[in-house]
Design a protein around this ligand. Structure first.
Ligand code: AHR
Length: 513
């Protein structure tokens, strides 16, 4: 068995985790909203049509805030279509996902849903077909108390109290040719600056997230980020990052995706810091990693939940029609291997808590999601549900710098630690949690030097492992990937040694006096 050492030093503080690091994303896409969170007539539906079985799992997942309504959908969305009496809401073509949008759920319903789900809302304004005035109107509708056209309209629509949405995205992936109304960096930067001004004139208490590059393979990355910030630095509160991963460089490359994510975060932070220097600004811009996940765009993964799933990349509009009703698209069925890679990505976000303050798992229900529903049927947790839940439950506190002496593996992303770690110390609860992902084929005996905390008592070892890396959770076998308990060391100790099994996700919980 390999051996490794981890030094847990309570004074080597990286940052406090912002609760919004444990956020997610719901877009009008496929069955995320319709037959996902909202399905009137479903046996568990409440009086508003929200599925209670889904609400229960969202709460169990521990998700802190949810980004809405898109995504690519956002850039062609007229938010006023989704307010007022449902029977008079228009049906519209959604150019992003080639679907006819019924508008039966809009911002008011989403705010109602979020209250039931106990999550905050991260709203978004359309910078594709949308105008800067429309962005201001939406903030006024949601946050202004009363006595103006838009605020009184909200009250007339049944919401007397303002929604008070504090976090707003100014557009989505505006560099992407797939985006409705794509803009180059200068054009987006100029438009976003004017939108920010109006939005903050309506409600100075809000925080704004500006789009950076859609991902690191964009030809304009990272200068897009720099140019946009040159226009918006004074107005922006966060810069947005997105990145999706899949197995395209073999197992070791996939499992070490956390290295790619770390690099991406550092590069984007450097672009922001360059502009900080250029502007002689005192403000350090934080990051909002508001789309991240494992995402496969292939028939095997997308058709697992429904044999009739259309395959992404087929454009039904080219065939002369749009999906009428929520289509089964992007319904990835995640394997044990995906779950492990996913755990590493989550740890990367938390390890970078000094710069990343907001992160949204894309997405939450049905479309590339940890929660999957059957229309008029049950709901299941995918494997990826568990690392998210673990980190949301035990990753709140002070992130400590993980100083390690751990053997490395050669991977296409460079040398990676065979066991990747993340330490979160919760001083209020006198609990310290070590997350450990073993990406190696061999077990590792990890010795933890925890002397800075005094004598510690191990209180739990949550373990996620399945010998079959291709195992998935399905409606027929919903618990194929599910957590078990590893061995808990007896007594108190300041240098515990814990076995981290090959290819496994581990949560080691300790209590100190
Ligand atoms: O999450 C799916 C899509 O991925 C989003 O709509 C878009 O922003 C990104 O390209």
């Amino acid at each position: 068995m390999k051996k490794g050492k981890l030094y847990v030093e309570r004074n080597f503080k990286v940052a406090q985790t912002d609760p919004r690091l444990f956020g997610a994303f719901l877009e009008h896409l496929g069955r995320a909203i319709y037959t996902g969170i909202y399905e009137p007539g479903h046996p568990t539906a409440d009086s508003m049509g929200f599925r209670r079985d889904v609400l229960a799992l969202v709460e169990e997942l521990g998700c802190s805030c949810v980004r809405y309504p898109g995504g690519n959908f956002l850039s062609g969305y007229e938010w006023t279509d989704g307010i007022g009496p449902r029977e008079s809401r228009p049906k519209r073509l959604d150019y992003a996902w080639f679907t006819i949008e019924s508008n039966q759920v809009g911002i008011d319903e989403f705010v109602d849903w979020s209250k039931k789900a106990k999550t905050d809302v991260m709203a978004a304004v359309n910078m594709g077909t949308g105008t800067i005035q429309s962005a201001g109107n939406m903030v006024e509708y949601c946050n202004f108390e009363k006595g103006t056209y838009w605020s009184d309209l909200r009250r007339k629509n049944g919401h007397k109290d303002p929604h008070n949405i504090k976090l707003w995205c100014v557009g989505n992936e505006m560099d992407g040719p797939w985006q409705t109304g794509q803009l180059d960096a200068d054009d987006y930067g100029k438009k976003a600056k004017q939108a920010c001004k109006i939005m903050k004139w309506v409600d100075p208490s809000i925080e704004l997230v500006i789009c950076g590059s859609s991902n690191s393979s964009m030809p304009t990355y990272p200068s897009y980020d720099r140019i946009v910030l040159e226009h918006t630095y004074e107005h922006a509160d966060y810069l947005s990052l997105h990145m999706y991963f899949h197995e395209n460089q073999g197992q070791a490359g996939f499992l070490s995706s956390f290295l790619t994510m770390n690099d991406f975060i550092h590069t984007v932070a450097s672009a922001a810091d360059y502009v900080k220097a250029l502007k002689r600004s005192k403000k350090t811009l934080h990051l909002s990693f508001d789309e991240w996940n494992v995402w496969y765009n292939d028939p095997v993964r997308t058709q697992a939940f429904s044999k009739t799933d259309p395959v992404m990349g087929q454009n039904p509009a080219k065939l002369g029609n749009y999906f009428d009703g929520p289509p089964h698209i992007l319904e990835n069925n995640y394997s044990m291997l995906d779950t492990l890679a996913f755990g590493g990505l989550m740890m990367s976000l938390v390890n970078n808590a000094d710069r990343v303050k907001i992160a949204c798992l894309a997405q939450l229900v049905n479309a590339i999601a940890p929660i999957v529903t059957k229309e008029n049927g049950p709901v299941i947790r995918q494997g990826t549900f568990y690392p998210f839940k673990d980190m949301s439950m035990y990753g709140r506190g002070t992130v400590l710098q993980a100083v390690t002496d751990i053997p490395t593996l050669e991977t296409p992303n460079g040398d990676a630690p065979a066991v990747y770690t993340c330490i979160v110390n919760n001083e209020e609860k006198s609990e310290c949690t070590v997350f450990a992902l073993n990406i190696d084929q061999e077990d590792m005996m990890l010795s933890l030097d925890m002397r800075s905390l005094g004598e510690v008592e191990m209180i739990e070892h949550r373990l996620l492992k399945n010998e079959d890396l291709s195992a998935t959770n399905t409606f027929a076998d919903p618990d194929c990937i599910s957590p078990t308990q590893g061995a808990v060391l007896p007594g108190k100790n300041s240098s515990p040694e814990v076995k981290i099994p090959a290819l496994s996700w581990n949560v080691l919980r300790f209590r100190y006096a």
